[in-house]
Write a protein that binds this ligand. Structure first.
Ligand code: NDP
Length: 337
């Protein structure tokens, strides 16, 4: 079969492409420019014609994916803005929502072979960061961020805008399916990953140009910035990028995933856990005197936890451990200098 992957040059998407190609699928990836396509063609050269790259300049434009969906059996829609360079909520809402609805509209119109569409949502669409330990499930929706952005407008925090954009994009996907249920011959699966960490294989020009989630990990665990109880106090959940890629492939293949929203959570963490892990790896990929020690004695509270029942039942991923992911990230960072 052939799978369309949107935003194929991204941190997560290129791992999705790799996993699909290794599994024998053909892939059509969309990117915003020829230049971004060249890296992909070069990286996946051994797969030859199995990878096709097409340019979709503006995913918000009506009909943007009309050509790209032709002849594919399934779609993984990952493209969505995730960075902090945002001034107006509309800068995220437009591509996140219109991009998602647009690819579904194109699939309805021209995707005659399409059987399954997987949309990459986020736990940002599930939870509003809590102040006491909380376990969230697929029943939860983060409407708090949407409301906060409605109130604060352009004064909203970038990450608040990001979270709201993911809630609204996912909601619009489910609404589209509900409205068109008599006309569509495919079904929808939504994956909700927490923070994604793990080694990058996309085009990272320098360590200061890492994608948002990896940059965060690098700053917290490796960078020589002040590490105090306050700065390290954040806790959240995470999954290795290779596991999320695998989850996309399983979501395309497993019947039971149809119509489901699935949280794909590798585990909870406190930032000091990552620092401890980095310091404990032998042999250390980064000379250990270069790694921060943090505040090992600090108390650790895990605020954000997820119910894993649905993921275990439908996808059954065997997750990378903190040690494995840390080792591979440190080795990658050391190589890049
Ligand atoms: P990246 O920034 O590495 O990739 C984002 C992709 O989306 C790129 O291909 C990018 O294209 C494309 N994109 C961004 N903005 C636009 C836009 N305005 N118009 C068209 N395309 C756009 O991020 P990730 O790989 O981390 O994220 C991939 C998906 O996973 C997103 O949907 C994100 O919300 C979701 N996710 C990520 C998590 C994480 O921790 N990384 C956690 C949970 C969900 P270009 O390179 O041209 O900018």
């Amino acid at each position: 079969g052939k799978v369309l992957v949107s935003g194929a040059n991204g941190y997560l998407a290129i791992w999705v492409v790799q996993t699909l190609l290794e599994r024998g699928y053909s892939v059509r990836g969309t990117v915003r420019s020829e230049e971004k396509g060249r890296y992909l063609k070069e990286y996946f050269k051994p797969f030859g014609e199995k990878l096709e790259v097409v340019v979709v300049e503006d995913i918000s434009k009506p009909g943007a994916f009309d050509e790209a969906v032709k002849g594919v059996d399934a779609i993984a829609h990952t493209a969505s803005p995730f960075h902090s360079n945002v001034e107006d909520p509309r800068d995220f809402y437009q591509p996140a929502i219109r991009g998602t609805v647009g690819i579904l509209e194109s699939a309805l119109k021209n995707g005659t072979n399409v059987k399954r569409i997987v949309v990459t949502s986020s736990t940002a669409a599930v939870m509003d960061p809590p102040s006491k330990p909380t376990t969230f499930s697929e029943k939860d929706w983060n409407m708090g961020s949407v409301k906060a952005v409605e109130e604060k407008g352009k004064k909203s925090e970038p990450m608040e805008i990001y979270r709201a954009s993911k809630t609204l994009a996912e909601k619009s996907a489910w609404d589209f399916v509900e409205k068109n249920k008599d006309k569509i011959q495919w079904d929808l699966t939504v994956l909700n990953p927490p923070f994604i960490f793990g080694p990058p294989i996309h085009d990272v020009k320098s360590l200061s140009a890492l994608n948002t989630s990896l940059q965060y990990w690098y700053n917290m665990v490796v960078a020589d910035t002040p590490k105090t109880k306050e700065s390290l106090s954040g806790s959240s959940s995470w999954t290795d990028v290779r596991d999320i890629a695998e989850a996309h492939v399983r979501a395309l293949e497993k019947d039971a995933a149809g119509g489901e929203r699935i949280i794909v959570n590798g585990g909870s963490y406190h930032w000091q856990d990552w620092i401890d892990t980095a310091n404990s790896i032998q042999p250390s990929p980064i000379p250990s005197h270069k790694l921060p020690r943090g505040v090992p004695e600090m108390e650790r509270v895990y605020l954000i936890n997820y119910d894993k029942t649905k993921e275990e039942k439908i996808l059954g991923i065997k997750f990378f451990t903190q040690e494995e992911s840390t080792r591979d990230m440190l080795a990658d960072f050391e190589r890049r200098g």
